[in-house]
Each structure stands twice: as structure tokens, then as C-alpha cells.
Design a protein around this ligand. Structure first.
Ligand code: R5P
Length: 300
């Protein structure tokens, strides 16, 4: 079946790269915000019948950026889905590397919502066929989805990139005990015997403030601190500071989704980080590793 790829406004580079790897045509969008704040988007095509009965891949990450917040990115995604549904396509595949709200997956305080589930329920209501995400914060939330869901792993390509920078005598450090299993899997991509350790992170559920503790033996080691998300850089900068105090040599701060909000860049570098590495799940200056190959392999 003929496939077309819709390049969402948030994932323009990644969308085109995936379309090129799959050798399929891509269609971009025209988008703006009305004076009242509502989002407008149309598929940039004159003859919409070309999509009738076709398989459509929509690529749109939903992370916040300077020009659009995650709510706008989600709305743009839903507008694209609705547009192709109205045209009457055969199959809809969503590629949403960063799915917004998935950190709101648990109840910490009375009166809260498990909004991660609601986002997946909203996707269910659009009756799509397949959803691909990358390193989702809590894979369990995908159980809410009624269609096929795939959580793609970006660890190998992040590790390959860090190795290409000449990192040696590596220790992988998890900034949070809860992420230790992920860090162990990540470390395997650097070599079978690469050690893994962790710091103990606590977040105040009311203020969001982080405290971190731990003392590791990192003298003359190159340290890779891996997380799924860098948002404000609070977690990463605290981990870097402790790693530095523990004698680390070079420190690589790696995340699948490097949102880089507020003073994140400054905090990480000021704490002693040598390099910040993200993927093009989020299109910014630290997106040094492209997900295009790994996503295309799944879509083939
Ligand atoms: C939280 O559990 C995530 O895995 C990240 O550690 C967190 O989202 C990072 O946020 P920030 O950069 O604001 O500390």
C-alpha cells in the first residue's frame, strides 16, 4: 500500500529524514495561532484525494519549545489525525517520540489526576492504528492504549555517539535509583563490564525541589549520566555535581528527550558537565543523535 508521511510542525527535521529513509513522499503543514490563542493547522496539499485509502505516518513530538508548549503540540497532533481521518485513509500510524504528560503517571497528592492515562485515552478516541513512542517515562501507561503501541529504545544510538566522542574508562550513573535498570541496559552498550551506579534522588512533591545524595568512587573515570528527560536540568546538574565531587574525569549528560527548559544548559555546564547529548525527539541544539534510522527500521 502506498504510504505518505505527514511532517508535524514539531518534528520537521526528523519527519523528513524518516520519509527519506523509507523513500516515501512527505507532506508538511501550514500552521498558526489565531488571535484568541486557538491553533490552526492544515495539511499543505491541494488535492487531498491523493491520501484516500493510503497508509499515513504522522510524525510529531509533543515537547515544549520556545514557540509552542506541549498543549499546542498535542492539539496540532489531534488536528493532523482528524484531517487525515476526514479524507478517508486506510491506516494511521503515529510517531510521537516524546509524548507529553507521561510524567503525570502516579498520584502523589490528594486531588491529583493521572493525566498520562487521559492523554492515551484521547489518542484511543481518535481510532488510530499504531503508536510509536521513544523511551517513554513509564512504559506501563501504554497499557491504556487499545491499538498497537511500541516503545522504541534509543540507548544504543546514544551510547554509540558517546563512544564516538572518545569516552573511556566509563561508569554509567543513574541519577535516580528508580532508573537503575534502564541504566544497566544502557551500560551494556558500552561493554559487558561497564559498571553502573546510582545516586539517591528525592523530589519534594509540593515544591518539586530535588535533593540528591551518594558518594561513588569515580576517580579518573569518564561518567555517563543517563536520564529519559532533561527538563530544567535540576536532576542532571545535581548528579553532575556529585559525580565531579566523586573524582569524575569527563561527564557526559545524556537524555533521550533533552527539553532544555529555563536555565538547563547553564546549570548542567556550571555543575561541571562536559557535553549534553539529546536525540532529535526534541529539535534543538543538543539534538546530536538522530532517531531517524531506528524509527524507520520499525516502520519498514
Ligand atoms: C523524572 O523522573 C525524569 O526521569 C527526569 O529525571 C526529570 O524529568 C528531569 O527533570 P529536571 O531536568 O527538571 O530535573
Amino acid at each position: 500500500m502506498q504510504k505518505y508521511l505527514i511532517v508535524g510542525p514539531a518534528s520537521q527535521m526528523l519527519g523528513v529524514k524518516i520519509a527519506n529513509k523509507l523513500s516515501i513522499p512527505h507532506i508538511n503543514t501550514e500552521f498558526k495561532r489565531f488571535p484568541d490563542g486557538e491553533n490552526y493547522l492544515r495539511l499543505n496539499l491541494e488535492d487531498e484525494t491523493i491520501l484516500e485509502g493510503k497508509e499515513i505516518i504522522i510524525v510529531q513530538s509533543t515537547g515544549p519549545s520556545a514557540s509552542r508548549d506541549q498543549n499546542a503540540r498535542l492539539i496540532e497532533l489531534f488536528i493532523m489525525i482528524d484531517a487525515v481521518k476526514r479524507i478517508g485513509v486506510a491506516k494511521i500510524i503515529l510517531v510521537v517520540p516524546y509524548l507529553a504528560y507521561t510524567r503525570q503517571d502516579k498520584i502523589f497528592r490528594p486531588g491529583e489526576s493521572e493525566f498520562a492515562k487521559v492523554v492515551l485515552q484521547m489518542i484511543n478516541s481518535m481510532e488510530i492504528d499504531e503508536l510509536f513512542v521513544v523511551d517513554i517515562h513509564n512504559p506501563a501507561v501504554l497499557e491504556e492504549l487499545t491499538c498497537k503501541a511500541v516503545n522504541i529504545d534509543s540507548m544504543k544510538i546514544l551510547a554509540d555517539y558517546i563512544k564516538s566522542l572518545g569516552a573511556k574508562d566509563i561508569v554509567v550513573v543513574s541519577p535516580d535509583k528508580g532508573a537503575i535498570e534502564r541504566s544497566k541496559a544502557f551500560a551494556k552498550h558500552f561493554g559487558e563490564d561497564v559498571p553502573v551506579d546510582f545516586f539517591e534522588k528525592k523530589r519534594d512533591v509540593k515544591t518539586g525541589d530535588i535533593t540528591m545524595s551518594g558518594k561513588l568512587s569515580l576517580k579518573n573515570k569518564d561518567v555517563v549520566i543517563a536520564d529519559d528527560i532533561i527538563a530544567t536540568g535540576g536532576t542532571m546538574s545535581k548528579a553532575i555535581k556529585i559525580a565531579k565531587d566523586s573524582g569524575a574525569n569527563k561527564i557526559y549528560a545524556a537524555a533521550t528527550h533533552a527539553l532544555m527548559l529555563q536555565n538547563a544548559k547553564y546549570r548542567i555546564l556550571a555543575a561541571g558537565g562536559d557535553e549534553i547529548i539529546g536525540t532529535d525527539s526534541i529539535d534543538n541544539e543538543v539534538s546530536k543523535v538522530s532517531l531517524a534510522n531506528v524509527i524507520s527500521d520499525y516502520l519498514k
